[in-house]
Design a protein around this ligand. Structure first.
Ligand SMILES: [Zn+2]
Length: 335
């Protein structure tokens, strides 16, 4: 797929290093989010400063494909719920526990879901203006937006997911028209979609058909445990160029599944676990990368963490990036 990126004007080194998307918000931004309304210029200034910080951190560590860090997003679904037509914010009575001591309030779908204006373009444009390296356009996928919301309108998962996909298609069109070359669609809820995969596949076709020569598409998913073993051959049917899958958390066990099928897409694997603050050793990560290269051709492997790093502290997240970068330097010197 590197030929496709070259055609799009992006030349990446072997074993491109990237991250999944979100970074932790610094304390001044968390304070600003508590204190100011969404429209406040003071809050926007805090988001801008935090974005600058994370872009410079990625540049300093020589990441190849950058992310803007999602400083403007409360969580990956509520943000889209705030910005798309058809959603209403949930109330405290809807509080859901996700994992550990983290809670979120799912938005409600109350009328037809429609795209009304760009949701993610401004944040991407700002981040891309800070660097010459490519910055990914970042979207939460339609199944995840559905599954982490409360549907009070459609009453049918298939219909709702496709309606959300149609709305996201407008966003993808706008991103591409404005120069985004790499677009990542996050579908952590794929782990719960074993029996709905045909819906997901149809949704991805709605989002991507006709655009596959205009951008390079990545689908990220994570924490599917054993379900991914059976789902992986179906993931290979998705009309994307790159599958980005958590692997470090399960001790690289997923490589056994990858090994059983031809490598027909680029694969981005996770080499540091984002669910623990324990820091991986650089030589362990290097060895995992080496192991992955015994199964995946070097032209098709991308390197990164398991998932977004936003649940860690700023310092811990940055240390994970340091480990990834150092292990990448070691492995790149040997290939
Ligand atoms: Zn994830």
């Amino acid at each position: 797929m590197s030929e496709k990126l070259s055609r799009l004007g992006i030349d990446l080194p072997l074993l491109p290093l990237t991250t999944v998307g979100s970074f932790p918000k610094p304390s001044y931004l968390l304070a600003a989010r508590r204190k100011y309304k969404k429209e406040s210029q003071l809050l926007k200034n805090a988001e801008t400063n935090a974005t600058r910080y994370w872009i410079s951190a990625q540049e300093r560590l020589d990441f190849d494909v950058l992310v803007h860090g999602e400083m403007e997003r409360g969580d990956m679904v509520a943000y889209f719920g705030e910005e798309l037509e058809g959603f209403m914010p949930g109330g405290k009575e809807d509080l859901v526990r996700s994992y550990g001591n983290r809670f979120w309030i799912p938005p409600h779908i109350v009328s037809p879901v429609r795209w009304k204006e760009p949701l993610t373009l401004g944040a991407w444009e700002f981040a891309q203006s800070l660097t010459k390296k490519p910055v990914k356009g970042m979207l939460t996928g339609p199944a995840t937006i559905h599954d982490w919301s409360l549907d009070r309108f459609y009453g049918n998962r298939h219909t709702t997911v496709l309606a959300i996909a149609q709305a996201l298609r407008y966003e993808i069109d706008v991103l591409i028209q404005n120069g985004v070359k790499i677009i990542q669609i996050d579908e952590p809820s794929l782990a719960q979609t074993e029996f709905f995969f045909d819906t997901i596949l149809e949704a991805f076709h709605i989002m991507i058909d006709g655009l596959s020569e205009k951008a390079y598409f990545i689908m990220h998913t994570c924490y599917g445990e054993d379900i991914f073993e059976s789902l992986y051959p179906r993931m290979l049917e998705l009309p994307v160029d790159n599958l980005d899958i958590e692997t470090a958390n399960s001790g690289m066990k997923f490589l056994h599944t990858i090994e059983r099928f031809p490598v027909v897409k680029d694969l981005s694997l996770g080499f540091v676990d984002v669910h623990t603050r324990d820091l991986e050793r650089v030589d362990t990560v290097r060895d995992w990368m080496r192991l992955a290269l015994t199964i995946i051709p070097k032209e098709k492997l991308w390197l990164g963490p398991d998932c977004g790093l936003k649940t860690r502290t700023v310092g811990d997240a940055e240390l994970k990036l340091v480990v990834l970068s150092a292990a990448r330097d070691m492995i790149r010197a040997c290939v």
